[in-house]
Design a protein around this ligand. Structure first.
Ligand code: GDP
Ligand code: MG
Length: 227
């Protein structure tokens, strides 16, 4: 079998109930694919579980870093990625791992940026739906004013790209890391000519563990609209 050209990056914070199942599902669909789990200092056994997995799963332990967060964790994942493409997926099984096959098809079609968009969100409460709608609207306006691409879900956490493109932007210090929406910060700087492919997926309910998104993350996103 040829070496897989895709690496899966999973940012985690206290996902002990989900991480083992997720990695096994990924390897069921994409055998031998490298997985990088970027853990930001989980206080549960997430790290111990990952360390016991096979050699295709690597742990980046960010617990002693000064700056924590989703975006900066994704940055570390990309910098450690050795394949042509990478794909980021949440560690809580809300992104269906089978959709990684759709992502791979997009890359094989020549995409430089691949974005999963939510065709349905299972059970979000009304306030969360409103916040998401408002954030999408403001983000779209911000991208429109910058004359940038506006794909279907500009805030998707289920996305990937050609590694060399994003690595160059990271090394040139072009990306902001305070936020938690790496994709949005990427869209703000990528040229319009970048080749984007999108696939739809159903955003599932979180069965175990809790969401870490709160007021701090929303405020960071709001500030990132103007930067
Ligand atoms: N490395 C890292 N992962 C995080 C952080 N915050 C959340 N995550 C992970 O990012 C993914 C999405 O987070 P989640 O809280 O489920 O966000 P939600 O689905 O939007 O409610 C999950 O895998 C989390 O464990 C963080 O600060 N650092
Ligand atoms: Mg989640």
């Amino acid at each position: 079998m040829d070496e897989p050209e895709l690496t899966i990056i999973i940012p985690t914070l206290n996902e002990e109930e989900n991480i083992d199942k997720l990695c096994k599902l990924i390897h069921g669909y994409l055998p031998e694919t490298n997985i990088i789990v970027v853990d930001d200092g989980s206080t549960d056994s997430t790290q111990e579980i990952v360390l016991q997995m096979d050699s295709h799963v690597k742990l980046i332990d960010r617990s002693s870093e000064n700056i924590h967060g989703l975006s900066i964790s994704i940055r570390d994942g990309v910098l450690n990625c050795k394949t042509k493409w990478f794909m980021v997926i949440d560690g809580d099984l809300q992104h269906p791992p089978e959709s990684l096959l759709d992502a791979l098809k997009c890359f094989n079609k020549g995409a430089e940026l691949v974005i999963g968009y939510r065709i349905k969100v299972e059970d979000w409460p009304f306030p969360r739906k409103m916040i998401s709608w408002g954030a999408q609207l403001l983000g779209n306006i911000a991208l429109l004013l910058r004359r940038k691409n506006r794909p279907k879900d500009i805030m998707s956490g289920f996305f990937g790209a050609e590694t060399s493109i994003v690595r160059t932007l990271i090394q040139d210090n072009k990306i902001q890391y305070e936020g938690y929406k790496f994709l949005f910060d990427l869209l703000k700087i990528l040229p319009r000519s970048v080749k984007i492919e999108q696939f739809g997926y159903i955003f599932k309910n979180r069965e175990f563990g809790t969401s870490k998104i709160g007021n701090k993350q929303m405020w960071e996103y709001f500030k990132s609209l103007f930067k």
